[in-house]
Design a protein around this ligand. Sequence first.
Ligand SMILES: Nc1ncnc2c1ncn2[C@@H]1O[C@H](COP(=O)(O)OP(=O)(O)O)[C@@H](O)[C@H]1O
Ligand SMILES: [Mg+2]
Length: 330
Amino acid sequence: MGTARDMIALLRSHARGDDGEFYARAMQVAAREARLGHQRVASELKAAIDEAKAQRPGGGGLLVMQPRPELAGLVSVSTPDLRLSAMVLAKETRERLQRIVLEQRQARRLREKGLRPRGRLLLLGPPGTGKTMTAGALAGELHLPLLTVLLEGVITKFMGESASKLRVIFDAMAHTSGVYLFDEFDAIGARRDQRNDVGEVRRILNSFLQMMDSAESPGLIIAATNHPDLLDSALFRRFDDVIEYLLPSRPEAGEVIRNRLAGFPTGPLDFGTAAEAADGLSQADIARACDEAAKLAVLGGAETIRESDLLAAIEERRRAYRPGAGGGRS
Ligand SMILES: Nc1ncnc2c1ncn2[C@@H]1O[C@H](COP(=O)(O)OP(=O)(O)O)[C@@H](O)[C@H]1O
Ligand SMILES: [Mg+2]
């Protein structure tokens, strides 16, 4: 019944080099056969899948895959199981990210009419506000692998041949659909007038812009940086979306805390007080403070997470940025 459709999906994911999707599909077929009472076929299929996975370099599970050989050392590949709904985002940011997901899901329909789905994003903002996480969540939403470009692999190790390394990555985009993340993008995108480089960085940026302009990539290209001020102004208009990430508002801080502690009993803990105490901290810092308080509760055998522990953990995070300030010495 569904066989032809399964075959098509399998072929497509194979052609894309999307192992995660390929094996997930194959497992679905096995599960369906089992439901139909075809136990023999189902277990043969499962065994074949396990065998195939085991033969992949590095044992290739579903979560971490080996990049194609030519990409080794240039990208790391994963298949994040993350969704946008797991993120705390400003309303407008969420809407823009959802629009990207929608256009990507409907890419074929758009392309048929000569339209290009949004696929090039520049994410800007202070550390710990969710830029890297966004790349993972988009990959999760689109069931695409996340290919994080190892910039030190592209730049440092291959001084002089960085542009050709970049070419390898852009070439891969044509046949391996995925979310390509250029994290810490300022390493590439630094202003071309900065004098501390010896032409190489400028060459890399020029190549990057050219390749991005001509790339016919299905999937996403995401550049993220904590230092937008360092970026060359020519860069901004080359992206379909430039999305700015900010430190959380107080309600957003509360939401981060609530989400992060969702799996723990919190008793009378006042989220508003905790959110207020977290003013000025990033989402990542707040998440980490929650984890610290949760650990104390677990290890101390406490029934619920104590507000005092959470407030102390938040204070500790804050002090990490201002050593000496409010450290109890004054
Ligand atoms: N907007 C957010 N919503 C929920 N959790 C977040 C958010 N931003 C950051 N976090 C938490 O902090 C961690 C680090 O964030 P990350 O995406 O690496 O920040 P950035 O790349 O902007 O420096 C995330 O894995 C997540 O646990
Ligand atoms: Mg990051």
